[in-house]
Design a protein around this ligand. Structure first.
Ligand SMILES: Cc1cc2nc3c(=O)[nH]c(=O)nc-3n(C[C@H](O)[C@H](O)[C@H](O)COP(=O)(O)O)c2cc1C
Length: 158
C-alpha cells in the first residue's frame, strides 16, 4: 500500500455482501465476497475478485461458472457459515436449502436474488483474480433490501 493512501478510505466504498457459489464436478461450495461489480449492461457482465489462495478460486478457475447470491439485510447469520475456509472438501451447504438452474452452482433459496454467470475471461492484476462473468440467468426471489458491508461493521481487508 502506498504510504500516502489511508487504508480506511477504501472502507468507505459501499459494496454488497454476497455468497459467491460455484460447482466443480460433484462438489459445490460458497464463500462470502464483497468485491463484486456490474461492468456492462449489454451484454450484462459482472466482475468478482477472488484471492488466488481461496478454495473457491480453483473451483471457479476450473469450472468457469459462478452464482452471485444477493443476501437480504437480515441474513448476517449466513456470513458466519460462508466466510469459513475450506481445507479439503466443502460441506457449507449441509444445512442450507438451495436449488440449481443452468450451471449446477447452488442458488440459496432464501436469498433476495441471484445472478448466474459463465466466466468469459480472467485477469490477475494483484492479489485477487478478477473473474469476468456474463449473466446467463437472473431472478428476484423475494422482496427486501440487500445486505451491504456497512451493515456488518467489519471490512474486508483482502
Ligand atoms: C465481509 C467479507 C467479505 C469478503 N470478501 C471477499 C472477496 O471479495 N474476495 C475474496 O477472495 N474473499 C473475500 N472474503 C473472504 C472469503 O469469504 C473467505 O476467505 C472464505 O473462507 C473463502 O471460502 P473458501 O475457502 O470456501 O474458498 C470475504 C470475507 C468476509 C467476511
Amino acid at each position: 500500500m502506498k504510504e500516502n493512501i489511508e487504508m480506511n478510505t477504501l472502507h468507505k466504498l459501499t459494496t454488497g455482501i454476497y455468497v459467491l457459489t460455484t460447482k466443480k464436478e460433484d462438489e459445490i461450495n460458497g464463500m462470502i465476497a464483497t468485491w463484486v461489480s456490474q461492468v456492462s449492461s449489454r451484454p450484462p457482465l459482472i466482475v468478482v475478485c477472488v484471492k488466488n489462495v481461496r478454495y473457491s478460486h480453483h473451483m471457479i478457475k476450473d469450472s468457469g461458472i459462478f452464482v452471485i447470491n444477493i443476501l437480504r439485510d437480515n441474513q448476517k447469520d449466513l456470513v458466519t457459515i460462508f466466510k469459513s475456509r475450506v481445507k479439503t472438501k466443502s460441506d457449507k451447504f449441509k444445512e442450507i436449502p438451495y436449488f440449481i438452474k443452468d450451471t449446477g452452482a447452488p442458488i440459496i433459496k432464501d436469498a433476495l436474488a441471484y445472478l448466474e454467470c459463465k466466466v468469459t475471461s480472467s485477469i490477475d492484476p494483484g492479489d485477487h483474480t478478477i473473474f469476468l462473468g456474463e449473466v446467463i440467468h437472473a431472478e428476484m426471489l423475494r422482496d427486501g433490501q440487500p445486505l451491504n458491508i456497512h451493515h456488518l461493521g467489519k471490512y474486508y481487508q483482502g
